[in-house]
Design a protein around this ligand. Structure first.
Ligand code: 5RP
Length: 229
């Protein structure tokens, strides 16, 4: 089974949690896009749901495939969000933001009663941090914000390169007009402490540590899908 087939398997298992009439947060990334494709088939077959997309990219795919959408302001309380992840540990703590949609993903997940993560086995880790931690920052004072992040991380015993994410010839820009700093801290033994410390830095808009947000993870591997709760 190749990587795409595993993503489809996880997405298909998540679809079983979707019920008629649900208000759905719809994630971003290649795994979430497999979910959108399967969801669109069910919508074409008569399933009635309304989606709130977590990125312009996801919104475009939903429109193209006929999944009905509303904005989060029109539909501020959601039943379920289904989204991918870059890393997930055994306590359902996540690193997200590899696709740069972390701010909207966190807002949408926070507005949802439940969040289901869909991923393949390669995303499951003992300890978060092998994947570079995405940190979304305001463009104003980005260098000062980066220095503040370095100092904060250092106080927590963390260090490593913090790189401004690039796209094409320039900087990567999020849907909200912010920049992304990718922090190579390595193993993050206390994700809660780092999340709290990053939240306190002026200029940090959001970070990719999702803690106490996911209620279930569906992990697909060559032998099938399993769940983490
Ligand atoms: C986007 C995300 C994605 O969910 C994450 O990067 C996983 O993507 P993929 O399913 O393509 O591996 O957080 O901001």
């Amino acid at each position: 089974m190749d990587a795409r087939e595993m993503k489809i398997k996880a997405a298909a298992a998540a679809l079983a949690h979707v019920e008629d009439g649900m208000r759905l947060g719809i994630g971003t990334g290649s795994t979430a896009e497999e979910f959108v494709r399967l969801l669109a088939e069910r919508v074409a077959g008569g399933l009635s749901v309304i989606g709130v997309p977590t990125s312009e990219r996801t919104a475009r795919l939903c429109v193209e495939l006929g999944v009905p959408l509303m904005s989060l302001d029109e539909l501020p309380e959601l039943d379920l969000t289904i989204d991918g992840a870059d890393e997930v540990d055994g306590r359902l703590r996540l690193i997200k933001g590899g696709g740069g949609a972390l701010l909207r993903e966190k807002i949408v997940a926070g507005a949802s009663s439940r969040m289901i993560v869909i991923a393949d086995e390669s995303k499951v880790v003992e300890t978060l941090g092998a994947f570079k931690l995405p940190i979304e920052v305001n463009p104003f004072g980005m260098v000062a914000t980066r220095i503040a992040i370095e100092r904060t991380a250092s106080r927590l015993g963390l260090s490593g390169a913090i790189e401004l994410r690039q796209a094409g010839a320039g900087h990567f820009m999020t849907d909200g007009g912010h920049l992304i700093l990718d922090a190579s801290f390595g193993r993050i033994p206390d994700a809660e402490a780092l999340a709290t410390a990053l939240n306190a830095i002026p200029g940090v808009v959001e970070h990719g540590l999702f803690i106490n947000m996911a209620s279930l993870a569906i992990i697909a591997g060559p032998a099938g899908a399993r769940t983490l709760t």
